[in-house]
Ligand binder design. Structure first.
Ligand SMILES: Cc1ncc(COP(=O)(O)O)c(C=O)c1O
Length: 255
């Protein structure tokens, strides 16, 4: 990973398949650059490989610039995966795959063998929600809510610290790069003290083993708090940032 997204440099003719999140990498928020998209597709075409495009939060883009599906570049080589985990609830275990014709039989067989079948009742309920337009209405409504939350988060953090969120204005989380790993550790432990669970990229590795090469940053999810709890969560974050002295210096210089 770098500022252009996933790096295809390590792919070889024997790799077989690569799993990508081109529209929005988690947790960096980076969008795969057009040049990299081309390089991945060229690799798949030259090496008989497949790409799996994991479009896990594509419904949520807030700056009016949705990223086109990579899959359109070569539908014979690219599997497009979507999920309702972000738009409805992860517990539903519902998603969809657009699979190249050559993979349909093996993918169906693998799903059958893995016992990965999905409840027909829940599938039909989702189909009904889509057919009535309710799914679309729901996504449009929550998109507005999350867009507002992201802006409020950016404003609060910016006003208190002079630091800026990075990554595309999309999805359900933002990345706040920090001046040092020490700040990251202190913010997380002060957060724990006041009742706000914070995730750090460097210290806690964010769901991965701690990685000391990862930059210091907070991964801030803004979708989970219920409407009545959002304001309080934002206030607590502000308290933590202020308590740790992460304040803007003159004209945005860092502490
Ligand atoms: C990168 C990525 N892909 C996919 C998903 C959705 O996974 P699932 O549909 O299994 O809940 C997530 C959820 O957090 C994710 O972070």
């Amino acid at each position: 990973m770098d500022e252009f997204g996933a790096d295809p440099a390590d792919l070889t003719p024997l790799t077989g398949a690569a799993l990508l999140t081109p529209a929005h990498q988690h947790p960096s928020g980076v969008v795969l650059s057009p040049a990299r998209r081309g390089e991945f597709v060229a690799w798949a075409e030259c090496c008989d490989g497949f790409l799996i495009e994991d479009d896990y939060d594509g419904e949520f883009r807030y700056d009016g610039r949705p990223v086109g599906a990579l899959q359109a570049l070569d539908p014979e080589r690219i599997v497009l995966a979507g999920s309702v985990s972000k738009s409805l609830a992860p517990g539903l275990r519902l998603g969809q795959l657009v699979v190249p014709p050559t993979l349909r039989v093996p993918v169906t067989a693998a799903m059958r063998e893995s016992g990965g079948g999905v409840s027909v009742i829940e599938q039909l309920t989702l189909a009904d929600l889509v057919a009535r337009g309710d799914y679309d209405r729901h996504v449009r409504r929550v998109r507005t809510v999350y867009r507002r939350r992201r802006a409020e988060l950016a404003d609060r953090v910016g006003a208190l610290t002079g630091l800026r969120l990075v990554g595309a204005a999309a999805g359900l989380h933002a990345l706040l790069p920090l001046p040092s790993a020490e700040y990251e550790r202190r913010l997380i432990s002060t957060g724990e003290y006041v009742g706000l669970r914070l995730h750090g990229l460097h210290a806690s590795g964010y769901r991965h083993p701690p990685d000391t090469s990862a930059p210091a940053a907070l991964v801030l999810g803004y979708a989970t708090p219920a409407p009545h709890a959002w304001g309080q969560a934002l206030d607590l974050l502000g308290e933590v940032l202020e308590a740790e002295g992460l304040r803007a210096g003159p004209r945005g210089t860092r502490p």
